[in-house]
Design a protein around this ligand. Structure first.
Ligand code: 9HK
Ligand code: ZN
Length: 218
């Protein structure tokens, strides 16, 4: 496969919202582009990023490696702007979306970029709340130093589970702290007074079936 190449732009005032299933940072019309690797000749534009986590750090990722789960998983969601006119249209086609998955390992160093997300969570405690992230976010800082990855054709991990995703999952995790994950779990799934914490929002892996899994050791 050709090398995966990024042309990511740093952006400030990105909107972060509590979807009721977790937090999501929107980067519409972002200048952040992804191409190469398993993406053929098409250019994919960053639309949003979000993450999945578990009740404890023993679980939380949506992919497993030889059966091993990580404490969480960041998803950078891109759509094929070469072939399609909108994200919604792209999500109806097998080559419509490209999602970069980055595993979270728990360690002592807090991840500074994730900290910019965590610092806004108190303002979006309830479902439907949103705020702008004052800090400049550079999505490349979410990526591990080793850029080796696995790739396969799959689906959205949440309903409607469209089979429209070229998955690119990095082999090397990034490190976050337990405290940062604890803050994720304090988000509420409800919009009102009732507090139902989003303690876990990952969905289990599905059988690979007869799909090919390819790897690239960058
Ligand atoms: N977890 S994930 O597979 O990266 C993922 C990424 C984006 C979305 C949001 C979404 C994407 C598409 C549709 N759709 O086409 O109806 C609905 C929701 C849902 C899930
Ligand atoms: Zn996801």
């Amino acid at each position: 496969m050709k090398k995966l190449t990024f042309a990511y732009e740093s952006q400030s005032d990105l909107r972060i919202l509590n979807t009721g299933h977790g937090w999501k940072v929107e980067a519409p019309q972002s200048g952040s582009r992804l191409e190469g690797g398993p993406l053929g000749e098409d250019i994919y534009q960053l639309e949003q990023f979000h993450c999945h986590w578990g009740e404890t750090s023993a679980e939380g990722s949506e992919h497993t490696v030889d059966g091993r789960a990580y404490a969480g998983e960041l998803h950078l969601v891109h759509w094929n702007t070469t072939k399609y006119q909108s994200f919604a249209e792209a999500a109806q086609h097998p080559d419509g979306l490209a999602v970069l998955g980055v595993f979270f390992d728990v360690g002592n160093e807090s991840n500074d970029e994730i900290e910019k997300i965590v610092s806004t969570l108190s303002e979006i405690k309830f479902k439907g709340q949103f705020t702008d992230i004052p800090d400049v976010i550079d999505p490349t800082t979410f990526l591990p130093s080793g850029l080796g990855y696995w790739t396969y054709l799959g689906s959205l991990t949440t309903p409607p589970c469209n089979e429209c995703v070229i998955w690119i999952v990095y082999k090397e995790p990034i490190t976050v702290t337990e405290e940062q994950l604890v803050q994720f779990r304090c988000l509420s799934a409800c919009s009102g007074e009732a507090e139902e914490f989003i303690v876990k929002n990952y969905r289990p892996p599905q059988p690979l079936g007869n799909r090919a899994l390819r790897e690239c050791n960058a």
